[in-house]
Write a protein that binds this ligand. Structure first.
Ligand SMILES: [Zn+2]
Length: 450
């Protein structure tokens, strides 16, 4: 005996279990798969089947939309049916046409007519799950790349996934996030008070291709509670719960300072909290950190060992073996809290070297340490007593945040505000904020009133 598989949608009366409608969506042959390719349904077929199931669900839902609309909102008169409207609806993987009942006021003096498009009923014709996906793609890739990625997931091109739509939505959501991040978090959004909070701030540059224009600076901050830095394995640690802030605005750091305060409040900052702050040494970073002063007990500001290490490495690479040893020695002194000796050693080394390029590099390193001398500590001691001295978690550095979007995509002409907005989404994705609260931003950006 031979068989086939029918995929059927049944509409059933719940009380009697009587099948009142039956639609066959698809018939599949049952055959032995000749290869792994024939095992189950192909990608395109899965999307197509999903689309058919959606159509069945949507047809039934549409019959119920505005079913209870009986009175005219204009005059209070009786509403009568007035045909149907067909309009578009874009679900995550498929596009549909909805048929929605229209009403008209029967009072001859009023004649009010209802608009019955998906937009009129719901505020948007895009399912928020699709909007979320578009935003995530738009924040992580160039808009054209995002379009391509969505086409691959979807197995076909859909006008709704066009790069212009992705660009528009990503900007709107980013702008919304940028505003929302300025609002002081509600008590229920904040973790319980924490004795200590760790704050990492570093800066980076977003390149722009326009001639005669310099790249612009962005600042990135991560706040977390010490107990949330947990080991993954012997050599790696991760921050299991963190709040991130990023700004590329040219506003004397005003926005960044508010963002950082709000992220710290979310992590449990209060006036009794000790803030341990790590920074890469840029003046802007220290200003952002010091702005927390009125809101906490004290701030312990430390020049991030991660960045010191990077700066030393940069100089080390160009030196010969003997001078490398001298430099390592200076670093050792710095590590053990002997900053003055370390700086003197760098100066001695600079005088010995003849190569101008190396000389300049050494001067750069020395000046960097001099500029940040008040933030140099005994790193060895802090390590021994298990206290924070370095920001070693890779994903929490600005280069990771910027690189993934703005450096790779060199062709884009970024405006400062445009980049700022898109980076808000990336920062939200890096913290847990996006995953849990994306609807808060995506729904209003789509035009849906809560
Ligand atoms: Zn009316």
């Amino acid at each position: 005996m031979e068989f086939e598989l029918r995929i059927v949608v049944e509409k059933v009366a719940i009380s009697t279990q009587e099948v009142v409608e039956c639609n066959m969506l698809k018939v599949y042959d049952i055959e032995a798969p000749q290869s792994i390719l024939e095992l189950g349904l192909r990608h395109t077929e899965q999307i197509s089947l999903l689309s058919k199931v959606q159509n069945s669900v949507l047809a039934e839902q549409c019959k119920l939309i505005r079913k209870d609309h009986k009175t005219c909102p204009n005059c209070g008169g009786k509403l009568g049916r007035n045909g149907t409207t067909k309009s578009k609806f874009h679900a995550v993987f498929s596009d549909h046409q909805l048929t929605i009942q229209k009403h008209r006021c029967q009072n001859p003096d009023c004649r009010w007519q209802q608009s019955s498009t998906t937009n009129a009923v719901f505020g948007t014709n895009i399912h928020p799950d699709l909007a979320k996906l578009q935003c995530e793609q738009g924040a992580n890739f160039s808009y054209r790349q995002a379009q391509e990625n969505l086409e691959k997931i979807n197995t076909c091109h859909r006008p709704i996934n066009n790069h212009t739509q992705i660009s528009r939505l990503t900007s709107q959501v980013g702008e919304m996030l940028s505003k929302q991040n300025l609002i002081t978090p509600e008590p229920e959004e904040c973790a319980e008070a924490s004795k200590e909070i760790i704050l990492q701030v570093d800066g980076g540059h977003i390149p722009i291709k326009e001639k005669q224009k310099r790249s612009f600076e962005a600042l990135f901050a991560v706040t977390y509670r010490p107990e949330n830095l947990q080991p993954v394995d012997e050599n790696h640690r991760q921050i299991v719960d963190k709040s991130c802030a990023i700004s590329a605005q040219e506003d004397n750091l005003e926005m960044m300072k508010t963002y950082v305060l709000n992220t710290a409040l979310k992590q449990g900052l209060n006036t009794k909290t000790l803030v341990t702050a790590l920074a890469d040494g840029a003046k802007n970073c220290w200003s952002v950190i010091q702005a927390l002063k009125p809101h906490c007990r004290d701030i312990e500001a430390i020049l991030d060992w991660f960045h010191i290490g990077k700066k030393f490495q940069n100089v080390l690479n160009g030196l010969d073996a003997t001078n490398q040893e001298s430099l390592e020695n200076a670093k050792w002194k710095l590590w053990h809290g002997q900053a003055t000796e370390a700086i003197e050693k760098l100066e001695t080394l600079r005088r010995q070297i003849t190569d101008e390029k190396q000389k300049n590099k050494l001067k750069g390193l020395k000046d960097y340490l001099l500029r940040n001398q008040e933030y140099l500590i005994n790193y060895e001691q802090r390590k021994q007593s298990n206290q924070t001295f370095t920001s070693q978690v890779a994903e929490s550095h600005i280069d990771t945040v910027i690189n993934a979007r703005h450096k790779r995509d060199g062709k884009m002409q970024w405006s400062r505000v445009g980049a700022h907005n898109v980076l808000q989404i990336r920062a939200a994705m890096i913290s847990q904020q996006w995953q849990h609260h994306w609807q808060r931003t995506v729904l209003p950006a789509l035009g849906i009133v809560a």
